[in-house]
Design a protein around this ligand. Structure first.
Ligand code: HEC
Length: 162
């Protein structure tokens, strides 16, 4: 190898270093973002679950994505629909949300696994007159996974507030 070639290959090595550093930094940022996305209360809840329950929980979380446009799961912010924090175990229509239909407020429903499943599969079929037009999964294991997820995240919020 002549000296000129050595200089060139040394430059090439130095030249490739910043990009390696950039890839590393990029990767680190992704890791941090990834951790933040599945962090918070959900990470704590997942720790308490068995391996098979975690699969159901994660599936329920994915299925809940369309709900977030209208509902806040953790905070107490009203969107198009009422916040769902503290939902599990409380009476239907009992959040601090001014937009409830009379139908849901007078339904006498208490949110548990059975009532949530029935409501999410067919809101107006279960509570005629409700203004929630969107429905969740059609039924079967998807709706069970969604309700499993809601049960854990929304009862956890109550526990954290008290
Ligand atoms: C397009 C907006 C919209 C979407 C999407 C939506 N909802 Fe709703 N939801 C509402 C509205 C509005 C109400 C209030 C209904 C009423 O007053 O009759 C409501 C009410 C509820 C209630 C009763 C809350 C209470 O305080 O009693 C639950 C539970 C609920 N939604 C769960 C869900 C879930 C789970 C999803 C996703 C599968 C979802 N919603 C998707 C608008 C929406």
């Amino acid at each position: 190898m002549n000296p000129t070639n050595q200089v060139i290959s040394a430059k090439a090595r130095i030249g490739s270093m910043p990009s390696a550093a950039a890839v590393f930094v990029g990767f680190a940022v992704l890791m941090i973002l990834g951790t933040a996305a599945c962090g918070g209360p959900e990470r704590e809840i997942r720790k308490t679950l068995s391996e098979s329950e975690r699969e159901v929980f994660d599936r329920g979380q994915r299925l809940s994505t369309p709900c977030w446009s209208c509902h806040d799961l953790y905070g107490q912010q009203n969107k198009v629909g009422p916040y769902l924090a503290g939902l599990y175990g409380r009476a239907a229509g009992s959040a601090q949300y001014p937009g409830y239909s009379k139908a849901i407020q007078e339904s006498g429903v208490i949110w548990d696994e059975g009532t949530l499943r029935s409501f999410l599969v067919d809101p107006a079929g279960f509570i005629p007159g409700t203004t929630m037009a969107a429905s969740g999964p059609r039924g079967g294991s998807d709706v069970r996974a969604l309700v499993f997820y809601l049960k854990h995240v929304t009862s956890n919020t109550v526990a954290r507030q008290n």
